[in-house]
Design a protein around this ligand. Structure first.
Ligand code: ZN
Ligand code: ZN
Length: 71
């Protein structure tokens, strides 16, 4: 018996780098320009995207309206 493992989609959280404007993972530094990113930065805008198709989704979306992946 094999455990069928679907790769479940999830909501990826990105933030907009204040320096280069790129959307990067919520991490310690921007993967594009190397600027330090502060996760508590009140000006940082969190962007929620589908991990599968990268479409914008709502923070509490149950599924992706782009590809139908269930989160
Ligand atoms: Zn940057
Ligand atoms: Zn999607």
């Amino acid at each position: 018996m094999s455990t069928e493992e679907k790769s479940p989609g999830y909501i990826d959280i990105l933030i907009e780098c204040n320096f280069c404007g790129g959307l990067v993972p919520d991490d310690f530094e921007c993967i594009k320009c190397g600027a330090e990113l502060l996760e508590d930065d009140p000006e940082a805008e969190l962007i929620y995207v589908c991990s599968v198709c990268r479409a914008d989704v709502n923070e509490d979306a149950a599924y992706c309206s782009g590809c139908g992946t269930i989160f």
